[in-house]
Design a protein around this ligand. Structure first.
Ligand SMILES: N[C@@H](CCC(=O)N[C@@H](CS)C(=O)NCC(=O)O)C(=O)O
Length: 199
């Protein structure tokens, strides 16, 4: 059975748990409590050179890190990745965008406000990240106004990647109330067979 090194409140780890639930793939979770620094110990860093969770360890011992790479690995050949090259490229577009233009702002604001505290002297940085997060949510709202899902008009791992932190954006100080298209999409994602909540 595969092992998932996991921190349960992490949206990046939740992406993997959600896809594995859709696919009915069992896994053995190993909880790494990041609030206790368990992801920064020399042992953890020696074992996992990329230094972050999620990490999946396959049956043959191979490690795979980076949430969206893990999604791609398990989803290829399933209904969660489109069969055509344009659809696949659209999925990748939204997954790359998530990592560069959404997660660093929405997820970090949430992590600081809800789990770790705002680091000393970083109050202005928090406001800047929240402003950039608002811009990202506006992009999502526009896209979802006339598309049911982010890519290829179907529920894919692009939706899983973006759902993970968007549906808990309120914990980072973001307001989804004036964003009806995002709220309707959140409901559609929750209606997918095999959906599991973040905790
Ligand atoms: N790009 C990575 C980001 C992973 C990441 O930032 N993981 C966080 C938890 S959400 C982590 O392990 N942080 C540990 C630390 O910074 O010490 C991914 O998508 O998997």
């Amino acid at each position: 059975m595969i092992t998932l090194y996991n921190y349960t409140p992490s949206g990046n780890c939740y992406k993997v748990r959600l896809l594995l639930a859709h696919l009915g793939i069992p896994f053995a979770p190993v909880e790494i409590d990041l609030t206790r620094g368990e992801g920064r110990t020399p042992e953890f860093r020696a074992k996992f050179p990329l230094g972050r969770v999620p990490v999946v360890v396959l049956d043959d011992g191979t490690q795979l890190a980076e949430s969206n790479a893990i999604l791609w690995y398990f989803a290829e050949g399933t209904r969660y990745v489109p069969p055509d090259s344009l659809g696949r490229a659209e999925v990748l577009q939204w997954m790359f965008w998530e990592q560069y233009s959404h997660e660093p702002f929405v997820a970090v604001a949430r992590a600081w406000l809800k789990y770790f505290g705002v680091p000393a002297g970083k109050e202005a940085e928090l406001r800047e990240r929240q402003a950039r997060g608002e811009q990202a949510l506006d992009v999502l709202e526009r896209r979802l106004t006339d598309h049911p899902f982010l890519a290829a008009e179907a529920y894919t791992i692009a939706d899983i990647a973006l759902f993970a932190y968007t549906h808990v954006a309120g914990e980072g100080g973001f307001d989804l109330a004036p964003r009806p298209a995002i709220r309707a999409w959140i409901s559609r994602v929750r209606d997918q067979p095999g959906h599991v909540p973040i905790v």
